[in-house]
Design a protein around this ligand. Structure first.
Ligand code: FHN
Length: 692
């Protein structure tokens, strides 16, 4: 019987690689030209829609352990299953109903153009035949290389197969750090560099043994402190050196902004990876892909029946495409190798919609119009013309779809799913094209109207009213900007519609009272844009504390317990307390099931408008002067929430509450104002009252 986690196998593999390992050619692929990158990314940008598959040993327990049934692919860590116990799943993993063609056809029929599957998740188990370890599918009763079968099926069906590969590895003896509860698992002899060589050796297998696949390498688990920017850049170049045309996500490097998924410039990776969320607006010139579950788990959980409706899934796809992103929708197959029936049903229903409306998704770009109250808009060039796709979710009360700032001559709009000689009525109102629709929509999920426009886009968006906040204390400076230029901006401050007779904008305005600013662009005496309105409200700041005798630091109270949301700490038995110099977490238990309440004063340097934010895993909340400001509660990955308050210069009471259930953990507290950008609240701004 193969000993499928023989340590010596790992060390031997690592040593061999170190001696004979191929050192990647010294090409810095990050210096690639825009033209070359655009060519490499073209198929991915056109695809817009892909299937994520999380499948591995964790499908065997199917989310349940020790009477708890809320786990997913993190079960080994979240349920603190010892390695030896978890490894027993190897002997049970026998997905006899697995059929690569069936999986690929379900993805294809749903309108998905690519599949990203977990070659190895955090548990370290490979669903492919690796020569680097026996902790893979060839040690199970199944003994088939799933990735090979999927690669062949994808080749047959014209679907691009991609691999998700976790940098974090809870199984390999050289991976560090260990799970914080694995105190009995020695780190003696562990060599992280040797682990990196092992990971590279596996990646070389994945990059060279599966034909054209993988078309994308989707890294994950890059957030632990052993993984660094330098390692990320090196790994990016290593992968590209083996498959230069491959696409790599931004989780290859260490610059990702939590679940928002984007990285600052200078970090490696071809696209951002928002997770379980959709950016509020498009990110012009930035490639990104929102990955989401269909229910609440990535890996199969037999009890998780909280599946999103087909309508929500179609509207997510539409919202994402209208902002220029890709949608990676997840399936968690069972240990038998089949998709959950709820997933199959949704894939079929999405596929029905895509068969009629796929043109409004594939190859489209973000429309410049943003979101509408009635739905979304995507856009693509078709020959010399421009096609707008109006995705109607709800019929406006007046039945009018108003598209401001379009100078193009329209051709006949039609429902994409029901092309007919009858076109929908359309007319021009100054700068706007107006499409009239009936009160009954042909598709309850999303009715798409194609609106062909002659020539290349000739749009003129409303001017931007530029000011950081909508609130002010005494006076608000307002700039009005027309990005397209070659126009005259007219504005009003009383909410009336701007006209040629209204004031012309020449220099920044200053308002001293609550004002409704309206702005519109004109050219040669005619309006060429819609009207943008923005209200600026004059408010009184919250008064500062009149107390004195402050000392530098924050008071903290530390608690332990198992919560799914922030508890009322005042009703709990405190485990420890003291003074700290910032919102630092120093749990004294296993780093899970604990909470903090930080309290003190924040010194506001200047009366004004401030944004406070918390970024936390799990939940957190922030109060100023005992009023709730940020509610970032719940069990989730690192997630940021923010809110605006208006404060007088001086000391204001601040309370931050935080709890960690299991898994990742972290708390950051930020502030920003008119005078400075978002930053962690510095120690120098935090105080407490001794003896209070
Ligand atoms: O920890 C993983 C999680 O299991 C899942 O794979 C998601 C999907 O993107 N990524 C990480 C959480 O951010």
């Amino acid at each position: 019987m193969k000993n499928h986690f023989n340590k010596s196998i790992y060390f031997l593999a690592g040593a061999i690689f170190l001696v004979v390992g191929c050192s990647p050619k010294n090409v810095d692929y990050l210096k690639e030209s825009k033209k070359d990158k655009d060519k490499r990314m073209e198929w991915w940008r056109d695809a817009r829609f892909g299937m994520f598959i999380h499948w591995g040993l964790y499908a065997v327990p199917a989310g349940e352990w020790d009477g708890v049934n809320t786990y997913g692919e993190w079960i080994r860590h979240s349920a603190k299953i010892p390695l030896e116990t978890y490894d027993k799943f190897v002997a049970e993993f026998n997905p006899t109903k697995f059929n690569a063609d069936a999986w690929v056809k379900m993805a294809k029929n749903a309108g998905m153009k690519y599949i990203v599957i977990t070659s190895k998740h955090h548990d370290g188990f490979g669903i492919f035949d690796s020569q680097q370890t026996d902790f893979d599918i060839m040690s199970t009763p199944f003994k088939r290389d799933v990735l090979k079968e999927l690669a062949d099926a994808c080749q047959r069906e014209g679907i691009k197969l991609c691999f998700y590969h976790s940098i974090m590895d809870w199984h390999h003896p050289d991976y560090l750090p260990r799970r914080n509860w694995e105190t009995d698992r020695s780190t003696e002899g562990a060599d992280y560099e040797r682990y990196v060589q092992y990971m590279k050796a596996q990646l070389k297998e994945l990059l060279t043994n599966y034909g054209e696949a993988p078309h994308v390498l989707w890294f994950d688990g890059e957030w632990e402190n052993t993984w660094t920017h330098n390692r990320g850049v090196d790994l990016y170049n290593y992968v590209r050196s083996l498959k230069p045309g491959i696409i790599i996500n931004n989780r290859v490097d260490s610059g990702r902004d939590g679940m928002a998924g984007m990285s600052d410039a200078g970090f490696a990776g071809d696209f951002g990876t928002p997770e379980q969320e959709i950016p509020a607006t498009g990110l012009p010139g930035v490639d990104w892909e929102s990955c989401m579950t269909m229910n609440d788990n990535w890996g199969y959980n037999k009890a998780d029946k909280n599946f999103k409706s087909t309508r929500e899934l179609i509207r997510n796809l539409t919202d994402i495409a209208s902002k220029g992103g890709n949608y990676l929708l997840n399936i968690g197959p069972t240990a038998e190798g089949v998709f959950p029936p709820e997933s199959i049903q949704r894939l079929e229903e999405i596929g029905d919609w895509m068969k009629q409306n796929g043109d409004a998704i594939y190859g489209t770009s973000a429309s410049p119009f943003g979101s509408f109250s009635w739905g979304r808009c995507t856009m693509k060039r078709v020959g010399a013309d421009t096609y707008l796709y109006l995705h109607v979710f709800e019929v406006p009360k007046d039945g009018r779809l108003v598209l401001n700032g379009i100078a193009n001559e329209p051709m006949g709009p039609q429902y994409l799913a029901f092309p007919s000689v009858v076109t929908l009525p359309i007319h021009r109102e100054e700068d706007a094209l107006v499409v009239k629709i009936d009160t009954v929509l042909p598709d309850k999920n999303n009715s798409v109207i194609v609106l062909p426009l002659k020539g290349k886009p000739d749009f003129h968006l409303s001017p931007q009213i530029v000011a950081k906040y909508d609130l002010f204390i005494n006076e608000q400076q307002i700039a009005i900007r027309d990005e397209e230029g070659d126009s005259e901006i007219h504005y009003t401050l009383d909410g009336s519609p701007p006209s040629l007779q209204s004031a012309i904008y020449t220099v920044p305005l200053s308002v001293k009272n609550t004002s409704l600013v309206s702005a519109r662009s004109f050219r040669k005496g005619q309006p060429i844009s819609g009207t943008l309105q923005r209200t600026f409200i004059k408010v009184r700041p919250q008064s500062a504390s009149g107390q004195e005798g402050f000392s530098a630091g924050l008071a903290f109270a530390y608690y332990e317990g198992d919560w799914d949301s922030l508890p009322d700490f005042n009703k709990l038995q405190m485990v420890a307390s003291g003074i700290t110099n910032n919102f630092k977490l120093k749990p004294t238990n296993d780093g899970e099931h604990y909470g903090y309440q930080f309290s003190g004063f924040v010194k506001i340097p200047k009366s004004g408008v401030y944004t406070f934010s918390t970024s936390s895993d799990d939940g957190s909340s922030l109060f100023i002067n005992n009023r709730p400001v940020v509610d970032n509660d719940g069990t989730h990955g690192m997630r940021e929430k923010s809110e605006v308050v208006v404060l007088e210069a001086g000391y204001h009471e601040i309370i931050v509450r935080f709890f960690e259930k299991t898994g990742g953990e972290g708390l950051q507290v930020f502030w920003e104002s008119e005078d400075f950008g978002k930053q962690a609240i510095p120690d120098s701004a935090l105080f407490y009252l001794p003896g209070k």
